[in-house]
Design a protein around this ligand. Sequence first.
Ligand code: CP
Length: 315
Amino acid sequence: MRHFLQETDVALPELGGLFARARDFKRNRGQPGAAPLAGQTWAMIFSKASTRTRVSFEVAIRELGGNALFLNQHDIQLGRGESIEDTARVMSRFVHGLIVRTFDHRDVERLAAAGTVPVINGLTDFLHPCQIYSDALALAERWTSGPDLPAALRGRKIAFFGDTACNMANSWILGANHFGMKIALAGPAGFARGAEIQALLARSGHAGAYQFTTDPYEAARGADVVYTDVWVSMGKEAEGGARARTLAPYAVTAKLFAAAKPDALFMHCLPAHPGEEVAPEVLANPRSIIFDQAENRLHMQKAILALLADAARRP
Ligand code: CP
């Protein structure tokens, strides 16, 4: 069974087709077309709050002809201790696919291993691959009008600032390596990436292919993309004040944004905290593409859903 749990779950030769399909979904939205999820129900099991992921998946599934079933973990017995494996086995008898947002990345891997339907990672504490693919589409759209969208990403540099140990940083390390981009991360020394992401990169054939620095201006130099995320991820609210003091030197200010290439793009997966990890004027800059990223969640996730549904139908 095919799943989308991490960035490398779409093979390099498939990237062009996936990106082109996402762009077609975007261009042809509202037109009558194929319904690759016709007759299917996809369940969304979410243990964390969400605006973009929840709404974009629900709309995507419906527009592809399927039914979306949203389940808070407390709506089902999983929240009362039923095992992940039994949940996967039972849900596989009812639905055609699962989209899961949870804390521990191993939980989505266990669901995928125990069930018999495709599983999509809608965010874990370790990775957020749907966001990275949607972001990559937004970048490729800016950099090419040609047919080979992923080719436009190759050789470009992304600089990630702030909490360089968060799921978005992990996912961009893996995604940048997969897409052939360069990545630099700037954060406090204690936020340098650890063994888990090194092991994941090694398994994916990309050991150590990223730069970490404590100097934000060094990371910004030559960057095509300036990226940041909130300093306090979901589940880490108690650490808020201390994290804000530690991460303050890595806020994306207008001065730091200006240290990147003159045509650099600003990105943030949202929700943002203006005045904390990013200055309001950077969010509002004409080179900020934060709402293109958000919109592309819909189009790219349609392409991912269609890819997995096609694979699941194959004998
Ligand atoms: N970027 C993102 O995943 O947004 P939500 O938390 O609103 O889904």
